[in-house]
Design a binder for this molecule. Sequence first.
Ligand code: ZN
Length: 99
Amino acid sequence: MNRIYSVLALLVGLLGVSLFIISYQNESMFMLVIGALMLVLGILLTVFIMTMNLYNKDQEFDSEGLKKQGLTIMNCKSCSTENVLEDKYCRKCGEELEE
Ligand SMILES: [Zn+2]
């Protein structure tokens, strides 16, 4: 999913640059404005994707780090996903966690 967004951001950015070049050759103010907008959109998309990637990394389950924090790691009874017992509910299926 993230790969699609990356390609999209790159395409929008490239489109912006192309429009800049076209507007320079045609001396078209309209193209220049659209090109600038595309470029800004491309940058915004890139920033958005980078933020999403950071967020996803935070969501990764770090059982070793959690154990060091003194939390109990256990597997869910119904889907066997690793969970923190203190969370009370499975992070994948929502089943209540019991020791
Ligand atoms: Zn579960």
